[in-house]
Design a protein around this ligand. Structure first.
Ligand code: ZN
Length: 51
């Protein structure tokens, strides 16, 4: 269940919700499918291109 995250401020990779170096917010680094912001975009893309 380890999710590698990346600080949106300084780019540090960490497992934590908050960057231990600068205190910035972190985002999940690699699985784009789990991104809530991308969820609907994904459906739209599928609908548009007919996958
Ligand atoms: Zn940081």
């Amino acid at each position: 269940m380890d999710k590698l995250k990346k600080c949106i401020k300084c780019g540090l990779y960490t497992m934590k919700e908050q960057c231990p170096r600068c205190g910035g917010e972190t985002r999940t680094a690699h699985p784009p499918k789990f991104s809530p912001e991308d969820k609907y975009g994904e459906y739209r893309r599928r609908a548009k291109f007919g996958y």
